[in-house]
Structures are given as structure tokens and as C-alpha cells.
Design a protein around this ligand. Sequence first.
Ligand SMILES: [Zn+2]
Ligand SMILES: [Zn+2]
Length: 310
Amino acid sequence: MTHDEIANIAPRVGWDLHCHTVFSDGTETPETLVKQAKQAGLLGVAITDHDTTSGWGAAQQSARRLGFPLLCGTEITAQFDHVSVHMLAYQYDPNSPRIARMFAKTRDGRVRRAKAMVRRLSEDFPITWDDVLAQVKEGSRTTIGRPHIADALVRAGVYATRSEAFSGAIRGGSKYYVPTPSPTALEAVQAIREAGGVSVIAHPADPSRNRMLLSDGQIEALIDEGLCGLEVWHRGNAPDQRLRLLDIARSHGLLVTGGSDWHGAGKPNVLGENLTDAEVVKQIITRGAIAPVIPQDSDKPANSAVFPRA
Ligand SMILES: [Zn+2]
Ligand SMILES: [Zn+2]
């Protein structure tokens, strides 16, 4: 397949399955996400904040009120040897003990990590932990991360924009940088499976995130643990890697998804710029442990069955 042919098979109509709100590092509320997705003419949308389910309730309420289809998900930060892996988890039971424990551990670790970075930064820049907390819009329910430190540095006048901070003092490898403690990708896939969810590797071939991408062997190890899909349609995936991802997906029967990685005003990504086909969404809903918000089907009983896996 040529690049043009690959671009031609990307869905033009569908769902945006990768969106962040104020419950992690986005700038807009779940309500605004649902509203804008509806206005943009998408078939549906998923909320996927980092390492949390805190925005799900607000998103579900808005989706019901506005009569717009919604999936719930989380983007889990994980690690596979030296490769940072973002794992999207859809439609899982948030009360499953293992996944709940995993998130609690990650959140505690993240706060400690952010504090350690601020301590290092405060030696050279006018920034305190309180300045960072002032940038967190939803209090303790938000997953604190580098974006909030970046916003505090912008507020202090050190940088003009969040992106400048990200390529400056808080970039990976800078002397102020402290790595995020995170579960392994294998643990994440196992926990998602145990919670009856659908696991998809986010932007698996984004060279700006990793100098080394996941190898075929690493992806196959995740498939053996129950990995369900690959997010092929994402602006970060290098065009020449999309063919590779499509090949892996085809030969292992994986779901192929797409999403914008929308962050509101926090990033240039446009809501709906990458999409997931409705047929794929149907598969996610069938496999998932919890009911989606599908307004036209609201009189049908909730799908509470966990899809059996071989
Ligand atoms: Zn990501
Ligand atoms: Zn994301």
C-alpha cells in the first residue's frame, strides 16, 4: 500500500476515541467535549483522561442530556522496558480491584514525582508547589502532571506557552526531569482484561514520544496477554509506520482505532481529526464490561456481560 492508499482507508466518518478534559491535562470540561463532538458531527466520542475515571460521571450525564453517544475510557501510562507506552482502556469496570489499585498507586507516585520536579525547578525558577496546585482545575480528582508544572512556569512568566516549557526545563532528560513511576504495559493489559475492558495501544509509532518504538515482538507479547487493538489513526504515528501497524493488526485480528488526542486549548489537535469506524466501536461495546451511552438504544437493557476471551 502507498501512503495515499493508507490515507484513503482512514475513516472519514466515525467516533473520536481519544480525548482529554480538565480531569487530566485538557482545558475543557467533559460537557464541553460532548457538546463540541456533537457540533462537529461525529458519531460519538470517548473520554480518555490520563490514569483516572474521574470525568466519566460528568461525561455520561452530559451525553445523556445532549443525546450523544459516549464511550468511557482511560489512557494509562505504562512502560515496556525502555519504551514509554500509553495504553487506552475502554468500557472496563472501574470498580475492578486490580485496576483501581493500579490507578491509586500511579496517582500517588505522580504526586511525589511532580513534587520532586518542582523542588528541582524552584532552585532556578520562581515556582512553588502551591503555584502548580493553582493550575489544577478539578482539585484532587485531577491527575497532576508536567502540563500543570508547565502552566505554572507560564504563569510565572518563565515561558510564553506550555509547549515552550515542554521543550525547555521540563523536557525529558533535562536536569529538572524526574521520570513517572508507572506499571508495565503487560500489567496494564492484564488489569484491563481482568476489568472486562478493551485495551488499545495509543499512538504506538509516535517518534516524538520514544526514540525507540515498540518492536513487533513486544506488541506480540502484549497480544498474548489480551491486547485488543492499535490506535493507527493518530497524528503522532509516522506515516511509514502506519502500514506496519495495519499489517500487525490484520495478521492478529486486532481492532484498528483512531482519535485526535484532543486537549482543548492545551494542544493544537482538533477534535475529530482522526476517527474510529462505527463497526470497530460496535466491537468495543460488545466486548466491554459496562454499558455505553447510546441515546437511541436507551430503552434496551445495559450490556453487563464480560466478553469471554480465549
Ligand atoms: Zn498519549
Ligand atoms: Zn492522550
